[in-house]
Structure formats: structure tokens, C-alpha cells
Design a binder for this molecule. Sequence first.
Ligand code: NAD
Ligand code: TYD
Length: 355
Amino acid sequence: MILVTGGAGFIGSNFVLDWLEQTQEAVINLDALTYAGNLENLASLQHDPRHVFVRGDICDRALVDRLLAEHRPRAVVHFAAESHVDRSIHGPGAFMRTNIEGTYTLLEGVRAHWATLDSGDKAAFRFHHVSTDEVYGSLGATDPAFTESHPYEPNSPYSASKAASDHLVRAWHHTYGLPVVTTNCSNNYGPFHFPEKLIPLMIVNALAGKPLPIYGDGQNVRDWLYVRDHASAIRAVLAGGRLGETYNIGGWNEKTNLEIVHTLCDLLDELKPDPAGSYRRLITYVKDRPGHDRRYAIDARKVERELGWRPAETFETGVRKTVQWYLDHADWVAHVQSGSYRDWVEQNYAERQAG
Ligand code: NAD
Ligand code: TYD
């Protein structure tokens, strides 16, 4: 079996669902169920004995040790993190704790466990660290896309904490020989995406007739990858990635934020027309994010060359599926829009009204 951390979050839950569709191997899912963790994402696995959910914190070394000793997983796939840049600006502490201290705690737990394995199991063991392209910082409009050897230049508390965790993983490999692989992925989108991030926020706001808040001039560029393609990339790297290596994962889909929002509005106009007029009428420019990275772009040739991985979805197919998923899952959206969600929206957007 494998141990997954953060498997009740957006990418983690999609990964667990994908894993159990593609393999017969059981999953122990360790997740603290913060605001971003949601067991509803895994409701289809409720009666599946291959999925064992454990509510707990990756900073809890005793718990990590107990789970490793009890279940003896052959791999750890580490998703658990605080993941939202805007929240990291308002309150960086939780990011330092989970992303840095949590990764450190897991690495130490795994190192102790790994030392007890026999030589065959030791060689087969993997610690797969799931990270982001944001560690590389920001690109100019004509710069080449990030390769794995691009210098680390994180600009937000979130990306700095992820960069720190990447460095810890690297050091545990070089110093202790821990069998690690790291993937640095671009922006994901798809089902179960918490509506504080760009794509689900815009869909949910549009359907509610609320403003679609564009930070700054809307010309910031991100590369977008359908979340199930990220899951398949992780499976490929876990199976065949070279130890100690990092792999950039991306969708070959660079888009400005404004292009994304226009696409979402046009799809909603087609799939759920609003008698009041096109959803584009709701676009509103608001105050920019401090330190807002201008452009991310991923060169994903290494993972293709070495492991034959390429995304299956184009942006057009993936975004259509995503919009349809949100239209079909109004109940999921209603459930995540709890009191704490409303408090966050209030806090983040109240101070941006200046435009
Ligand atoms: P998310 O915020 O949706 O989910 C994070 C999960 O981790 C939640 O289920 C939460 O309950 C859990 N968690 C948080 N703190 C924890 C703790 N201390 N102990 C145990 N569990 C804890 O995040 P996501 O978007 O699914 O991202 C998953 C991983 O992928 C993160 O490491 C993130 O940095 C990375 N990543 C995300 C993106 C993206 O576009 N979302 C892109 C590249 C990489
Ligand atoms: P986000 O989904 O938060 O991902 P990240 O900052 O990790 O890339 O934001 C994606 C882009 O969308 C980013 O450039 C910020 C922008 N954005 C808006 O313009 N308005 C919003 O309300 C949000 C949440 C994001």
C-alpha cells in the first residue's frame, strides 16, 4: 500500500480516486481536514476497503511513526500543504508550520522507518514530494519556460515555504540517501477545486451573479493542467522517476487570467445562459495581489523524454469538463461555502475594492 498525505484536498483527492481506479493498491490517507480538506470529495470510496482515512497532522511525529509502522507502505506521496497564495499573505504562519515543519517531520519519520526495511524494500521505497512551479519565481513575457535547473526565486510566503520543503527533500536524499522524487507542477484545475482559487471562484461567483474579481490588469500568465493529468504524471514519476531527480509537470497551456475568465464566461453562456446577459458583464478589476508573479510557464520535456508522460486533456476539453462538473455539483459547492469560507471572501475582497 501507499501512504498519501493531504488526500482530502483538491489534488490529493483526485489522485486517490485516480489511483484506486488505475491500481488495486490500497491507500492510507493522512489529512488534518483543514478548511481545504473535504471528505465529501472521497464519498464514492466510503465502502471501499482499499481506502483508509486517518484524520491527523503531518507535524505529529508520533502519529506518522505509528502509521508507518502499522501499515508499512512502500511509498509516501506527500500532498499535504497550505496552498493558497492570498492566504499566505494574510497569515504566513500556518504555511511555515505545515509546509516546512510538516515536511521535515514526515522526512524524519520516513527516514527512521526506511532504516528498518530489508535491502529489497529499502531500494523499492519512494518518498514522492508534490511541489509547485511557483518556487521558480516569475518570468518575463519572452523568457523561456522553467526547466528543472531554473534557479529557485520564490516571491510569496507560500512559494517560499514550498521552496524550503523542496530543499529539505533534496537534502534528505543527498545526506541520508532517502529515495525521493519531486514533481513541480503548474496550476491545476478540475473537480473538487476549492472556490477560493481563480477557476472555481469565477464559476461559482458567475452562477451567483456576483462580481468576477480580476487582480490588477488581468494579464498575469499561468500554465494550466487538468488535475487528473497531474495524477497520471505522479503515477508515472512514482513508478519510473530517477531517485533524487525533480520533474516539471505542465499542461503546455499558458493563458492570461483574463483569457481564462473570458473562456469560463463563454462556456457558462453556452451551458447555463443567464437571462440578465453574458456573464462577462460581471468582470470587475480589483486591487492587485502584493508581489503578484507575472508569468509562470513550464517546460515539461524532461518527464516526456524520460517517462513518456504528456497531458491527455487540452485546455478546451478540461475546462469544459470542469464547468460541467460545477454545474452538476451545486450541492458540493453549497456545502463548502461554510461560515469560514464566507469570512475569507469577506476579508480578501473587502480591501480590494479600490480597484
Ligand atoms: P489543498 O489546499 O486543496 O489541499 C491541501 C490538503 O492538505 C487539505 O486536504 C488539508 O486538509 C491538508 N492539510 C493541510 N495541512 C495539513 C497538516 N498539517 N497535516 C495534514 N494534512 C494537512 O491543496 P491542493 O491544491 O490539493 O495542493 C496539494 C499539493 O499540491 C500541495 O502540496 C501544493 O503545494 C501542490 N500544488 C498545487 C497546485 C495547484 O494548482 N493547486 C499546483 C502545483 C502544486
Ligand atoms: P490562484 O488560483 O490563487 O493560483 P496562484 O496564485 O497559485 O497561481 O490564482 C491564479 C491567478 O489568478 C493569479 O494570477 C491570481 C489571479 N486571481 C484573480 O485575478 N482573482 C482572484 O479572485 C483570484 C483568487 C486569483
